[in-house]
Every structure is written in C-alpha cells, then in structure tokens.
Design a binder for this molecule. Sequence first.
Ligand SMILES: [Zn+2]
Length: 440
Amino acid sequence: MPVPTTNPLMQLIVRILREAGEPISTRQFDQQVKDIFGDRYKRSEHIKLLTFRTALKSAGIVAHPSRGLWGLTPEADARLAELAGVDVWAMHIQMRDARKQKEKITAPPPIADREHFCALTKKLVECWGPPGYEHRIRGLIHDEVRGLADEIWTDGLGNLICRVGSGGVKVLVAAHMDEIGLMANYQEPESGYLRFSSLGGLRHDTLNGNRVLFEDGTIGVIAVHTGGGKSLGDFYIDVQDGNGSATRVGQPAGFMREMQLRGDRIIAKSLDDRIGCVVAIEAMRKLAKTTPNECYFAFTVQEEVGLRGAKTAAQGVQPEVGIAIDVTGSGDQIRGHKMRIKLGDGAAIKVHDPGLVVPVAIKNWMVARCEADDIAYQLELLAGGTTDASAIQLTQAGVPSGCISIPTRYLHTTSETVDMRDVRACIDLLAGLLANPIEI
Ligand SMILES: [Zn+2]
C-alpha cells in the first residue's frame, strides 16, 4: 500500500480510517488510538495525531464529512500514490502559511478602529444580564458573532457556543456573559421596601446609593439602615413610585451605570466579564474563520454564581485544551493588594489562582506566543477568586487549561477600570494562539 510519507503516525491514521471502512466519530477514532497504544499512550502523541490528521485533510486524503466524523476521501488511494514519499506535514505548513499571507492582506484589522471597539464594549457592558438571566446579552453577542463562526448554538444551560474551524486540536475558549446582580426575595409588608439576596459577589461597601434595574424597567435605589452596612440584611431596595409599589419579589436586578472613557482607560460596570467577551469576539474577527484547530468560543452563563455554564460547555464540547478569558485584579492601587499586575503592562497570563494551577506547558505556550508576536504580557498570581478555567480543567478525564486575564481595578463595583492597550494585547494573544497549530 502506498504511504503519504514515512511518518508512522500518518500511516497509522490512514490505517485506522481504512479499516473502519466508513466515516467514524472522533470518539471512535480516539478509542482506536488508545487501543493501539495501550499503556504507551501519551497525550503528546495524541495531540500530534490530531495535527497530522489535519495535514492529511489538507492533502485530500482524509475527509471530515460532518461534525465529529472522520473518513478517507474517495480519491484517497490516488492521492496516496501521488504523494508517496512526500513530506505531507511540510506541504501542509507551506499551504497554511501561504493562506495566512493572503489573509494578512485581505482580513480586516482585529479592532477595526477605536470607535468600533468602544461602541462594542459600551453595548456589551451596559446590557442587562444577571446570572441565570442572560437572554438579552446572549442575543446581542449572537448578532455580533453571526458571520464570524462556522456553527453557532445555545446549550441546555444557556451558553452561546460558536465553532470556528474543524478537525484540529479542540480548544474551548470561555468568556462569561453574566454580571453580578441581586434577587429581590422579600417585601416589607408595611413600607414596601424590598429585601434581597446576592447573585454573585456583591461588595457591601459599594451598595449604598447604587441603582439597580429590574427586567421590567423598574429602577431601584439601594439604601442601608442607619449605622448598618456590614451584612446584606442591613440593606433594602426602594422601588416606590409614590402611588403604592408593586412587588418585585422573585425578580432579578442588575446594576446601572454608563460606560465612560478617560484616555486609554475604560470605566464601566460589568467589564467583568463583558470585556472578556469583547476579547473573544475580536479574536474571532481576527481569525476570519481560518485556523488549523477546532475552536469553540463559549459565552458562558452563571459564572458569578459558581462557574456553572463553563461546566456544561466543556462537557458538551469535550475540548483537549481550555482557555478562560476573564478579568483579574491589579496591584497598582493605593495600598492595594501585594500583586504584580499593573494596568497598561499588557495581557496577564495566569500562573495560579485558588481554583487553578496552570500546567507549565500551557503557561509556556502562552508566553512563547507573546515573545514570538511581540505582545506585551505579565504573569498573573491571583490570591482570591477564580475563573471558568477551573471548571473546564475538571471535566472529562481532565483538560489542561489556562487563562488570559485583563488587568482590572475596582472589581465588582460599577466603576471597574481597564486599559485598552491591555485588552488589545489579550486579543492579539488569543488570536495568535488559535491561528497556529497547537502542540503542547
Ligand atoms: Zn469574571
């Protein structure tokens, strides 16, 4: 039988698909590989196999007839004969680089301009979407990503998932759509004031005097008992209109605040994590549907109440690598945390947080990309809080996961502050990671 190359892993792929006789699922393919390798099965080998499968696809030997199915093309035998002795991998890389060169000239810039970037950020941060009630923000993001993905769907929990590319290493990128909010849970019978519980980590020191918006448009003012403020029970919401107040018990609310700019700084509510959503959307725009990997962008739900959306997104997608895009703190405030992160110093590559020890290979992969593409970066060590990546890593038999973080001041307040240059660095890093073959 002619072989495409002397590469034994490529020969193995052809053998598996030939013996199957008809297209087989990714899962069946993986199982065959595991059966053959037995105890010698290594993850690095597996990743190489997936990359080589993509090369065989671009050589016209392997086909990917529909999502998750793999087989040989009808002309596989003819192509194998033509390519006997040819280094198919080198050929694939050459073709890909030529395509990328063309893309460079024709693809739109990552952020069309400052105006576009600011308008998109403003639209997303000002949208209403407490945990579990993400329908409005999901609709907005859906409108933005239409045309940037090969396939888009919403899973059972409400995550919006977009696939870009097929056949390569499966990467799940997660940015959460929800924002911290609250739930009215009791109405005082005499006064009509509402009591509430939190949807996400409310900071008691920023509640008094803040305004919240209920889904029906009712504006509430949060107030506090004189001398109180330590516990949530000291606070209440005024929703009276002067003509007797209707109950809003069982209704969620989000905070209200307009986005503002100060030079390169963006000041807004819900930059956690709508700015992460902006990074994911702009990275998709930059890829322009061209990637050697199988990328899934998940705009997740209910992160603020326990990383819930990321769990179902990862279980559905079954990725081989996970990347969360989320905000992190900064150490450049007056008497701030002892933390090295500074606004304006570049994308933050996570090393560790209380929920995630980033595998060294993942951290090095991100650092190497920044070095290669001249992207400003800093290493992040976060002492409190975690991200969707901690949920992704614990799905299936374990998924190596990392996180690209946007340095942020005043987290979980209505005046979160980020630097546009850091956001641009995060977009460039994410797009760069996904545009190149992944070998970890
Ligand atoms: Zn977040």
